[in-house]
Design a protein around this ligand. Structure first.
Ligand SMILES: Cc1cc2nc3c(=O)[nH]c(=O)nc-3n(C[C@H](O)[C@H](O)[C@H](O)COP(=O)(O)OP(=O)(O)OC[C@H]3O[C@@H](n4cnc5c(N)ncnc54)[C@H](O)[C@@H]3O)c2cc1C
Length: 564
């Protein structure tokens, strides 16, 4: 107390005790406790259109789970408390153990119990890939990092099927809906997860530069035979997986191997984790650097055909990148729409301010195009016995992986800006969405590699080009701008000079015309018309919020805004 003021003279400040400083008004609210499936009209339509209407109830149940506050919090916790590596136990034994927060394990368990790693393999009916894609897309809006081992486990199946002796033993446990995170030999587990280790220091895209060597253990060589691998792998995500598909140089050339974490005799297989990477995003998922000191592995597929064998897995993971980035776009735009429907500035809700309407509608259009393309490829994966569908998977997965993943960082940033300053804060979902956004574009074949893959598919199997234009032809006559773009693309394709140099430009156009063709056939006209007008015509699309005057922004926003 101030000694100069006597108690009876102390000024009456009771008003500071009675009143709060201010009332908290005109702020956003959490987007929680809603049916993430039913509140996403574009998703519901795509699921029904592409052949998985039978999964509608399951998706709605799952959507209520993924949209619940409790479940969404698991995603927050799994990223806040990041994985830690223990190379040895306290007695000095090598253990290579990565410890995760329980929230990560809960997400993994839920993903596996819902069959996100296996349902099209265990229940291969029409629409199975579509249904799995939709479930994965919902799960991805909760948390992206744990999707990495779930995807790799799913994607390993076609590669392993090339070697029946291994498939018979491993596939029933890989596809089982049992999550067992214990650091014990696979023989003690009913459910297994699978990782992938291709990238080395001297080459990631160029895997033929791999230096890891494979030495036959006995007299037998070739598919299913045992080898010991010596070398390193510079990126091994989810190192707690029970086994990994690995590339190494066998005497007959670069080959694919299945490498378990433990040897069948119960000793540790020397796949040693040197350290965990310090990543800018994808924080819940451990990614490691490893050394292989004579690690036991069995050959998968033919000797010298390692790239051919593992590409089966890689093409599946590329498709999952399309799902993951479409999911990230939906998470971002749903949060932005939810916020702008609540927050007012200058006397009107943000969502009703003309310029903000333009931005929000444009973000919605981006997501609509991404989801439509992803779900179309999911349907093609359900019908690979049809040559048209098979060719679409072969060509358009690379197109979609390139385009959708590449469009996501700017989309995340622009959605963050819709929130304003609070969007930048670490207690908002946006920093995680933003840091995660570039990852899908870089791994599983970065942008240029996807473009080169498109060219490779076109030169090795020229029929894919006819299939591509036949698919676009289904939309002929629906939109004059689209028709003009398709004709211009045919001219581009006919000129093969500097084709590699021009390939981003060409793949950009392939993606946009394919998205537009899907939307003009299936989306409401407000969506399709604005998509075509903004993406196919005019002076380009350099920023979001540059839709032409003709766009019916209110209708586009209305359809996409979650009702909570
Ligand atoms: C978070 C994270 C986790 C990962 N986890 C795994 C994992 O579990 N297993 C695994 O095997 N790998 C993993 N990777 C590695 C990833 O797959 C590689 O980083 C990626 O394939 C690129 O390889 P690189 O890093 O060696 O780059 P590089 O191959 O050197 O490529 C660098 C750039 O050059 C471009 N480029 C390459 N070739 C050409 C060309 N001919 N023409 C034009 N441009 C070209 C690429 O597109 C890229 O932009 C992970 C990566 C990240 C970021």
């Amino acid at each position: 107390m101030n000694a100069l003021i006597q108690p009876h003279e102390y000024p009456d400040r009771s008003h500071t005790l009675l009143a709060e400083t201010h009332e908290v008004i005109n702020v956003g609210s959490e987007l929680v406790d809603y049916d993430m499936y039913r509140q996403d009209a574009a998703l519901v339509e795509a699921v029904h259109r592409e052949g998985a209407a039978w999964a509608d109830d399951s998706l709605s149940r799952f959507g209520r789970l993924t949209g619940s506050a409790e479940y969404l919090e698991l995603g927050v916790l799994a990223n806040r408390f990041q994985p830690e590596l223990e190379t040895h136990d306290r007695f000095g034994h090598r253990i290579d153990l990565v410890k995760f927060h329980p929230a990560y394990h809960q997400l993994m368990r839920s993903a596996i119990e819902h069959g996100l790693h296996s349902s099209p393999w265990t229940d291969p009916r029409g629409g199975a890939h579509v249904a799995r894609a939709a479930h994965s897309y919902l799960q991805g809006q909760v948390e992206a990092g744990h999707g990495c081992p779930v995807t790799m486990t799913f994607a390993a199946v076609p590669s392993l099927r090339t070697t029946p002796a291994l498939a018979a033993d491993w596939l029933p446990r890989i596809t089982a809906r049992t999550y067992d995170p214990r650091n014990v030999p696979d023989g003690q587990k009913a459910g297994l997860t699978i990782g992938m280790a291709m990238t080395e220091k001297q080459g990631g895209s160029d895997v033929r530069a791999n230096t890891t060597r494979a030495y036959p253990v006995g007299a037998a060589t070739g598919p299913g035979a045992a080898y010991e691998l010596v070398g390193h792998k510079y990126f091994v995500s989810a190192p707690m997986c029970d086994a990994f598909l690995v590339l190494a140089q066998a005497p007959g050339g670069l080959s694919c191997f299945l490498l378990p974490r433990w040897r069948p005799d119960g000793t540790k297989n020397p796949l040693q984790v040197i350290r965990l990477k310090r990543k800018m995003g994808n924080a819940s998922n451990a990614s490691s650097e490893t050394e292989l000191r004579g690690a036991l592995a069995w050959m998968v597929g033919e000797e010298g055909r390692g790239v051919r064998t593992i590409i089966e897995m890689v093409s599946m993971t590329r498709f999952d990148c399309m799902i993951g980035s479409s999911s990230a776009q939906r998470a971002a735009v749903a949060l932005a729409l939810h916020h702008c429907a609540r927050r007012s500035a200058f006397g009107r809700k943000l969502a009703e301010q003309p310029l903000m309407e333009n931005v929000l509608a444009d973000l919605v259009l981006e997501h609509e195009g991404s989801l439509a393309l992803t779900m179309r490829i999911a349907r093609a994966m359900d019908h690979r016995d049809d040559p048209h569908e098979d060719a679409l998977v072969r060509l358009v997965t690379s197109v979609g992986k390139y385009w959708i993943c590449k469009r996501t960082p700017q989309h995340a940033y622009e959605a963050m800006e819709c929130i304003g300053g609070s969007g930048v804060m670490e207690d908002s979902p946006f920093p995680r969405l933003y840091r995660e956004a570039p990852v899908n574009a870089i791994w599983e074949g970065s942008g240029n590699v996807q473009c080169l893959d498109v060219l490779r598919a076109m030169s090795r199997t020229p029929a894919v080009v006819d299939v591509f234009f036949a698919e676009l032809g289904k939309a002929r006559g629906a939109n004059a701008g689209l028709d003009r773009c398709v004709e211009a693309l045919k001219v581009e394709f006919a000129d093969r000079t500097d084709f590699e140099y021009r390939s981003r430009q060409i793949v950009d156009r392939m993606a946009l015309t394919m998205q537009a063709a899907l939307l003009v056939q299936h989306a409401p006209s407000a969506v399709a018309d604005a998509f075509c007008a903004s993406r196919l015509e005019g002076a380009g699309h350099r920023q979001y919020g540059t839709l032409p005057r003709t766009a019916d922004c209110a209708a586009i926003i209305e359809r996409a805004t979650p009702r909570v």
